[in-house]
Design a protein around this ligand. Structure first.
Ligand SMILES: *Cc1c(COP(=O)(O)O)cnc(C)c1O
Length: 375
């Protein structure tokens, strides 16, 4: 059996085969490494895939979030609601722009923000909310959108972990995550469901003016060459990455389906273990399993992790500490205990190996090893 990895990019490269070299070779041939034709072609293709939306490529997912916030004309001290249980980028860009984070606790079932806490997280200074679609499943967007409309605030979706996942409305209508709020953001970091072979990111919006503005901010604030209309940043997706993403985009749905199939095999092995909560599938979203994250309910998470490590099975803890308790983000307004669910999840979550190329024998080996631990 091939050694199990959290993510196996080598198998993906084998799957893509010589097409990968061809795509890279084409860029080398024309040598337009910045703003080459592949960049705008990819933006168009991704826009079509998501459902006719403007796509502005940028350098990484963190920049995407920063650009989205910069385009909203917020003033220093304005507040932004962010889940207490997410990757650091979501809060980092808020703090960088001298805005204030207002944390919201998350669900023990689906790990996304808790709609019943929205009102509590609000203040008159709140100007935006950043729902994160964690681990590949949509946040409760209908509640978020209703709340945002009622309060007159903007919605920036962090879809870095959920590109291709669909929000499902009560009437069955489906909409790709990242295209529901005012602005959507994603990352093409190699480990994401649509990853490039370096750094990359993108911003989505239905509003033409806003798209134009975001593209301008990402390009030093210039509209035409050497006319700087506002202070911007330099954030570009490079041509090589765009060429790789163009090659991979047509496989995104297939890769996500393979992840789902692997998740079902995990479920079958783990579903009846009392101390394990397998990933809860919510009614309002498809799940693309960026991560397969279980909760270990008997306090033995770290022991299980060590046991699996012994067996050659890597696992990860996403995330070991809620952001409000991280040194850089501590605030006396939010003492320990402010976000009980996020704090509890940090003690209980464990992410198992997840990628489109897990074999049946690998999945069986992981499932059996988990069962053996709890026997
Ligand atoms: C990966 C990730 C980001 C940041 O993406 P980078 O491309 O690494 O900057 C932001 N938010 C979430 C939830 C992520 O998982």
């Amino acid at each position: 059996m091939r050694a199990v990895r959290m993510l196996d990019l080598e198998l993906e490269r084998r799957f893509l085969g010589p097409r990968l070299e061809t795509a890279i070779q084409e860029v080398l041939s024309h040598s337009q490494f910045i703003r080459g034709p592949e960049v705008s072609l990819f933006a168009e293709e991704l826009g079509k895939y998501l459902g006719s939306i403007h796509v502005i490529p940028c350098a990484n997912g963190t920049d995407a979030l920063q650009l989205a916030l910069m385009a909203l004309n917020l003033a220093p001290g304005d507040e932004v609601i962010v889940p207490a249980f997410t990757y650091v980028s979501t809060a980092e860009v808020v703090a960088l722009l001298r805005l204030q984070v207002r944390w919201i606790d998350v669900s023990l079932e689906h790990f996304n923000l808790l709609p019943e806490k929205l009102e509590e997280s609000w203040s008159p200074k709140v100007k935006a909310i950043v729902p994160v679609h964690l681990f590949g499943q949509a946040a409760p967007m209908q509640e978020v959108m209703e709340f945002a409309r009622e309060k007159g605030i903007s919605v920036i979706e962090d879809a870095a972990q959920a590109l291709g996942a669909e929000y499902i409305y009560p009437d069955g209508r489906r909409q790709k995550v990242g295209t529901i709020g005012d602005i959507g953001c994603t990352s093409f970091f190699p480990s994401k469901n649509l990853g490039c072979y370096g750094d990359g990111g993108a911003i989505f919006t239905h509003h033409k003016e806003l798209a134009h503005r975001i593209a301008r901010i990402a390009n030093h604030g210039q509209d035409s060459l050497y006319e700087f209309l506002e202070v911007g940043i330099n954030s570009r997706l490079d041509t090589l990455q765009a060429a790789i993403l163009r090659l991979k985009l047509p496989y995104l749905d297939d890769f996500n389906a393979r992840r789902r199939a692997a998740a079902e095999v995990y479920d079958a092995y783990l579903g009846d273990i009392e101390a394990i909560q397998v990933p809860v599938r919510v009614s309002w979203s498809s799940h693309i399993f960026h991560q397969y994250t279980v909760r270990v309910l008997d306090g033995r998470r770290d022991a299980l992790r060590a046991y699996l490590q012994e067996k050659g099975i890597p696992t990860m803890i996403y995330y070991p500490k809620p952001l409000p308790l991280q040194p850089a983000y501590q605030d006396s307004a939010y003492p320990v205990g402010s976000f009980p669910n996020a704090e509890r999840l940090a003690q209980e979550v464990l992410s198992l190996p997840m990628h489109p190329f897990l074999s049946e024998d690998q999945l069986a080996y992981i499932g059996e090893s988990m069962r053996a631990f709890f026997r």
